[in-house]
Design a protein around this ligand. Structure first.
Ligand SMILES: Nc1ncnc2c1ncn2[C@@H]1O[C@H](COP(=O)(O)OP(=O)(O)O)[C@@H](O)[C@H]1O
Ligand SMILES: [Mg+2]
Length: 343
């Protein structure tokens, strides 16, 4: 559906060359919500703009709906672009025109008959919940309402792909949630493939199926949202995950462990999927001559799968603690020792 094949992009400014994308290999399947996260300057906007040919890749192949964009004529590109809608961080609405006229714009450009335009625009405004705002100007709307107009306009030509460039970054958390809910509805009801870029991990967590982490023009990590959140591989991905998972051990707990000289047996036990539902700690305490002291815990849900971790202190003789740890290993429970100075 959307396939970046070793895509590169170099901007040339005078005699300065800026490598914005390097060897991007990425496939977005039909009907999925794919997120790309990265810090500012990572190359995210350049990446998404290659899909609708707002930027031309300078290396590799950009394949959209089976077409290699570099081989198409201007007219053929226009046809491909009709199938792609886009929304922006700052909405990009025309303030001099009404909401109606903004949404109608792409249909007018497509030379749709006037009465059909009217029907389509009202249908779209109803879908995004703005039926009563047709005749107002964008400056009279809230940020969330402006983005709804942006979404209605992007959907006007019935695209099968929707590109979102930081679409919720200018919105407060509550409005962000309502816009994400609308995007999910668009994805489900119309089976529209969504490629969204963001610097907010909470956005990825809320609606994406898969995610790629970008840094300095490259994709450094990629996978299902569950995999990347539960086992991030790179430091950058870990940093992003930590912004939403709050699984850092609180400072007060670390101080407590440090001041408790005798307690070296502090472990972080990761619960993923099924193991989150097992009465693991009570089993440990029953099977072995140890006490389990829970210091900190966090269990949440990712894509409908339980996920979390507990910081526990195992109190008992060295031999019993070791037996308990061996038991955890046989259960394929993921755990590691917490060394306060390093965390
Ligand atoms: N039109 C351009 N001309 C020159 N450099 C650009 C242009 N657009 C983006 N860049 C550079 O490419 C890099 C990636 O930018 P961008 O794709 O906007 O990143 P992001 O969206 O992740 O913040 C940055 O170093 C940026 O300065
Ligand atoms: Mg950007």
């Amino acid at each position: 559906m959307i396939h970046f094949q070793n895509v590169g992009k170099v901007f040339t400014n005078g005699n300065e060359q800026i490598k914005a994308l390097n060897d991007i290999d990425l496939k977005v399947n039909k009907g999925e919500i794919y997120g790309v996260i990265g810090f500012s300057g990572a190359g995210k906007s350049t990446l998404i703009r290659c899909v609708n040919h707002l930027e031309r890749s300078t290396a590799g192949k950009m394949i959209v709906d089976g077409h290699d964009l570099s081989t198409l004529t201007v007219k053929e590109i226009r046809e491909v672009k009709k199938n792609i809608g886009m929304i922006f961080q700052h909405f990009n609405l025309l303030n001099s025109k009404t909401v109606y006229a903004n949404v109608a714009m792409p249909l007018i450009l497509n030379k749709m008959p006037k009465d059909e335009i009217k029907q389509r625009v009202y249908e779209l405004l109803e879908f995004v919940g703005l039926s009563d705002k047709a005749n107002v100007h964008p400056e009279q709307l809230s940020g969330g309402q402006k983005q709804r107009v942006g979404i209605a306009r992007a959907l006007a030509t019935k695209p099968s792909i929707l590109l979102c460039d930081e679409a919720t970054s200018a919105l407060d958390p509550q409005t962000t949630s309502s816009i994400l809910e609308l995007l999910r509805k668009i994805n489900k009801e119309y089976n529209i493939t969504i490629l969204m870029i963001t610097h907010e991990m909470s956005v990825i967590r809320e609606i994406c199926d898969r995610v790629a982490v970008m840094e300095a023009g490259e994709i450094i990590e990629e996978g299902t949202v569950f995999d990347v959140f539960s086992r991030p591989k790179t430091q950058t991905a870990r940093n992003f995950v930590n912004t939403v998972m709050h699984d850092q051990i609180p400072e007060s707990i670390i101080k407590m462990i440090e001041s408790n000289n005798g307690s070296q047996n502090v472990f972080r036990i990761n619960f993923i999927g099924q193991s989150a539902g097992q009465p693991l700690l009570s089993q440990l305490a029953k099977k072995f001559a140890i006490d389990v002291n829970v210091l900190f815990g966090n269990i949440t849900e990712l894509q409908g799968i339980p996920f979390g971790n507990l910081i526990v202190e195992l109190q008992g003789s060295e031999a019993e603690v070791n037996r308990a740890l061996e038991y955890l290993e046989t259960k394929e429970i993921d755990f590691n020792e917490v060394i306060p100075h390093a965390s």
